[in-house]
Write a new protein. Structure first.
Length: 207
């Protein structure tokens, strides 16, 4: 089983409102992300929320998604990662870590990462654009105990630094893997990106 953890515990102070609940693609940012993950080859999805856990759970109520609350929403990302890991079976083959403010995520990329994890023999897989690593990140379940007990001072970066030879970069052609949403201008950028994607499709000829 490969599962996903979507990190959505932030308070969105710079956005001025809870960004994962902003309208997006006929739903909300968080429901759009959940839908993409659920369309992928992953087997389970957990969303880690903070003080808005009830509202986030409501936004996902009609989807097979678990929502857990981080008791320390002011903590760093690693605290949310640990909440998500504890909500998953300890024998998970792998875990995808996705950001709740990165709505450009696609099921296609998630499946590429899963394929790379299983085919390459690497234990950590990350998308890379222009030589820079982004999100989502996928790691083997063998690192679960390490993330639960180590790297308090450096977070996820510590995992990659501790195992540099076990990291596989998957080149991507779109810079969205480097971008998240912090301020209203970022939200508008993602709405425009969604609009461009929605406009793509097969061309049809008149019969």
């Amino acid at each position: 089983m490969i599962a996903a953890i979507v990190l959505a515990a932030g308070r969105s102070r710079r956005m001025g409102t809870q960004k994962v609940l902003l309208p997006f693609g006929g739903g909300t940012v968080i429901s759009h992300i959940a839908d993409e993950v659920l369309r992928s080859r992953l087997d389970r999805l957990v969303v880690v929320a903070g003080q808005d856990a009830a509202a986030i759970a409501q936004a996902l109520a009609d989807r097979p998604v678990g929502v857990v609350a981080n008791p320390d929403p002011e903590g760093d990302m690693l605290s949310s990662v640990r909440c998500g890991l504890l909500a998953l079976p300890p024998d998970a083959e792998g875990v995808l870590l996705a950001l709740g403010d990165q709505p450009a995520i696609t099921a296609v990329l998630v499946d590429r990462l899963v394929g790379a994890l299983r085919e390459s023999g690497s234990g950590i897989v990350v998308p890379a654009y222009g030589g820079r690593r982004g999100h989502p990140l996928l790691f083997s379940g063998v690192y679960r105990a390490e993330l639960l007990s180590r790297h308090d001072d450096v977070g996820l970066r510590g995992l990659l630094q501790a195992h540099p030879k076990d990291v596989r970069e998957v080149p991507v052609a779109d810079a969205w893997v480097l971008a998240d949403m912090d301020v209203p201008a970022d939200y508008q950028r993602e709405l425009e990106r969604l609009k461009r994607r929605s406009g793509r499709g097969p061309s049809c000829q008149r019969a």
